[in-house]
Design a protein around this ligand. Structure first.
Ligand code: XMP
Length: 196
C-alpha cells in the first residue's frame, strides 16, 4: 500500500488508518491539558472553522469543560477545496453567523493546517473584528504543503503529505463520520464510504 502525496489521484479510496480513535482520544486529552494549563479555568471564546472541525471541537469542548474551561462557540465557514483533494482557488468565505464581540482571548479551532491559507484568512477576519488576543488549535498539521507562513499554537498530530479523512474531515463530504483518521489512496475500484 503506497501513500499518495496530495493532490490525491482522481478516484481515491480509503487507505490505511493513520490514527485510531483511541490515539485521537489520548491526544485530544493532552491538548485539553495544555490549553487548560495556559488559560486557567473560566470562559474561553472559541471560533471554529466549518465544516471539518466539528467533531474535534465537540470533543475538545467536553475535555476542556472537565478541566474548568467552558467554551463559548462561534463558527466561521471557510473553504478552499471544491469537490477534490487540492485547493480549488482562493479561500471562500461563506455566510457565517455574526461573531460575538469579545475583548478576551479567542481560540481558533480548525481541522487541519495545510497550505496555511485558511488560517491566514481566518486570522485576518478575526483581526477585522477586533480580535487580537488569538491562539490557534488544529487537530492536524501538514507542514510539507505550506504556501504561506503559518503555524498553530496547539497541534494534535503532524501528518505527511497525504490527504486525510475521518473524524470530521471529508472527501466530497464522505468519510466525516469515521471515528479514526485515515489516508486516501489509489487502487480500489469503487468508492468506499468507510463504514469500517
Ligand atoms: P489550508 O490549505 O487552507 O487548508 O491550510 C485548510 C483546509 O483545507 C482542507 N484540507 C483538508 N481536508 N483532508 C481534508 O479532509 C486533508 O488532507 C486536507 N488538507 C486540507 C480543510 O478543510 C482545512 O480546513
Amino acid at each position: 500500500m503506497t501513500f499518495h502525496s496530495a493532490p490525491a489521484p482522481a478516484t481515491p479510496h480509503l487507505g490505511p488508518v493513520l490514527f485510531t480513535a483511541e490515539q485521537i482520544r489520548v491526544r485530544v486529552d493532552a491538548l485539553a491539558d495544555e490549553i487548560a494549563r495556559d488559560y486557567g479555568p473560566g470562559e474561553l471564546a472559541a471560533v471554529a472553522v466549518l465544516k471539518g472541525s466539528f467533531i474535534f471541537l465537540a470533543d475538545l469542548a467536553r475535555r476542556l469543560s472537565v478541566r474548568g474551561i467552558h467554551l463559548t462557540i462561534d463558527f466561521m465557514s471557510l473553504s478552499s477545496y471544491g469537490a477534490g483533494t487540492a485547493p480549488a482557488g482562493p479561500v471562500q468565505v461563506q455566510p457565517t453567523p455574526p461573531l460575538r464581540a469579545t475583548r478576551g482571548p479567542v481560540l481558533l479551532v480548525d481541522d487541519i493546517l495545510d497550505t496555511g491559507l485558511t488560517l491566514q484568512t481566518a486570522r485576518e477576519l478575526l483581526s477585522r473584528n477586533g480580535i487580537t488576543n488569538l491562539r490557534t488549535c488544529v487537530l492536524l498539521d501538514k507542514p510539507a504543503r505550506r504556501r504561506v507562513p503559518a503555524n498553530a499554537d496547539y497541534v494534535g498530530f503532524q501528518v505527511e503529505n497525504v490527504f486525510v479523512v475521518g473524524y470530521g474531515l471529508d472527501y466530497n463530504d464522505a468519510y466525516r463520520h469515521l471515528p479514526y483518521l485515515a489516508a486516501l489512496v489509489a487502487g480500489a475500484s469503487r468508492p468506499d464510504r468507510g463504514t469500517a
